[in-house]
Design a protein around this ligand. Structure first.
Ligand code: MG
Length: 334
C-alpha cells in the first residue's frame, strides 16, 4: 500500500474560543492509503500538530504491508511501534476503512454491520464570545435540535442564559476543565435554571475527588472528555461520571472507538461521539458509528468556511451519511 499525505488549512467561520484557547486556522493532514482517505486532526493540548503527524506518517509509511483488509494487525503493529500520535493513527485507520469498503463497493457503516440510515442528530457548538455574538451565532445556526455552549471563563453563566434567550432547543454545556470543583458545584446548580441536557468536563480530569462530589451533588449528567483517550482510560472514570466523549482524533480511529463504546457500555456509561475542527473526512468517519451512541457532537466541518470535501449532508440539525462506497466523501474540486 502506498501512503501519501498533504496538509489542509481549515479557516474557521468565527474565531473558535474555548476556556483555554482560541483557533482561527486549523492545520490538519489528509492521508491516503492507495484510494482510501483519512484525516489527522491534531490537538496541541495533547502535544500533537501537523508536524508531529507528518513525522509519525514518515516513520510508518513503509510498514503498512500490502493487505488493507488486515486492519487489526496493521493498527496493533502501529500501536506497538509508536506511542501517542493518536490523530495520525486515526487518519490511517480511517483511510484503511475507506479503502476496504471502497474495494467491497459498500459504505463503511455497512462494513461494520451498522445502520447508516437512522437520523443522526448533532449538536452545534457556540464558542465563547460576547453575549450578543453568542446570540447571533445561535440564531444564524437556527434549526439545530441541540446547541453545545462553551464556558469555563468569567461570567460564563450569562453566556448560557443568552443562548437560552434565543432558543428552545436542548443545550449542553462544556467547560473544557475551566472550573475548579467548588466553582463547578455552584455554577452547575445555577445552570439547572436553563434546563441543560448535560455538563461536559467541568473540571480538571485529574481531580477525582472533585468529580465525585460533582456527580453526587449536582444531579446533572457529567460527561468526561479531556484526558480520556482510549478504552484503557475508561475504568479510571467509572463512578465519577455518567458518560464519556469519544473522538477519533483522540483514540486512534474507528476501530478503537468501537472498542471504547463496548467498554463504556459494560460499565453502564453513556456515550457521546465528538470531534475537533476537521473537514468532512473526519466527521464522516465518526458519523459511521453514529447509530451506536447516545449523543452526537459532529459539527467540526460546519464551523469551517473552506471544507475541501463533501459528501455528508446536513438537514435541520441531522446528519445524513452518503451511500457511496467507503466514507462517502469526495474532494469538492473533483
Ligand atoms: Mg469537550
Amino acid at each position: 500500500m502506498r501512503l501519501t499525505y498533504h496538509t489542509i488549512d481549515l479557516e474557521l467561520k468565527h474565531p473558535f474560543r474555548i476556556s483555554r484557547s482560541v483557533t482561527e486556522l486549523k492545520k490538519n493532514v489528509i492521508v491516503h492509503t492507495d484510494e482510501g482517505v483519512g484525516e489527522a486532526a491534531p490537538s496541541e493540548y495533547y502535544g500533537e500538530n501537523a508536524e508531529t503527524v507528518i513525522q509519525c506518517l514518515e516513520r510508518v509509511k513503509d510498514q503498512l504491508g500490502d493487505d488493507p483488509f488486515q486492519i487489526e494487525s496493521i493498527l496493533s503493529n502501529l500501536n506497538k511501534n509508536i506511542s501517542g500520535n493518536f490523530s495520525a493513527k486515526a487518519a490511517i485507520d480511517m483511510a484503511l476503512h475507506d479503502l476496504v469498503a471502497k474495494r467491497l463497493c459498500i459504505p463503511v457503516y455497512r462494513l461494520l454491520g451498522l445502520d447508516g440510515n437512522m437520523p443522526l442528530v448533532t449538536s452545534y457548538t457556540i464558542g465563547i464570545d460576547t453575549l450578543d455574538k453568542m446570540k447571533e451565532k445561535t440564531k444564524l445556526a437556527e434549526g439545530f435540535a441541540v446547541y453545545k455552549v462553551k464556558v469555563g471563563v468569567k461570567d460564563d453563566l450569562e453566556m448560557v442564559k443568552a443562548v437560552r434567550e434565543v432558543t428552545d432547543a436542548k443545550i449542553r454545556v462544556d467547560a473544557n476543565a475551566g472550573w475548579n470543583a467548588d466553582e463547578a458545584l455552584e455554577k452547575i446548580k445555577q445552570l439547572k435554571e436553563y434546563d441543560i441536557e448535560f455538563m461536559e468536563q467541568p473540571i480538571d480530569p485529574q481531580d477525582k475527588d472533585g468529580l465525585k462530589r460533582i456527580k453526587e451533588k449536582t444531579g446533572v449528567p457529567i460527561i468526561i472528555d479531556e484526558q480520556l483517550m482510549t478504552s484503557k482510560d475508561i475504568p479510571n472514570f467509572v463512578g465519577l461520571c455518567d458518560g464519556i466523549n469519544i473522538k477519533l482524533a483522540k483514540c486512534g480511529g474507528i476501530r478503537e472507538a468501537l472498542r471504547m463504546i463496548h467498554v463504556a457500555r459494560a460499565h453502564g456509561l453513556k456515550v457521546m461521539l465528538g470531534c475537533t475542527i476537521e473537514s468532512s473526512v473526519g466527521i464522516a468517519a465518526a458519523a459511521q458509528l453514529g447509530s451506536l451512541v447516545d449523543f452526537l457532537d459532529l459539527d467540526g466541518n460546519l464551523l469551517v468556511a473552506n471544507d475541501p470535501f463533501e459528501g455528508l449532508k446536513l438537514d435541520k440539525g441531522k446528519l445524513h451519511l452518503s451511500d457511496l462506497p467507503g466514507l462517502g466523501v469526495v474532494p469538492k474540486d473533483r
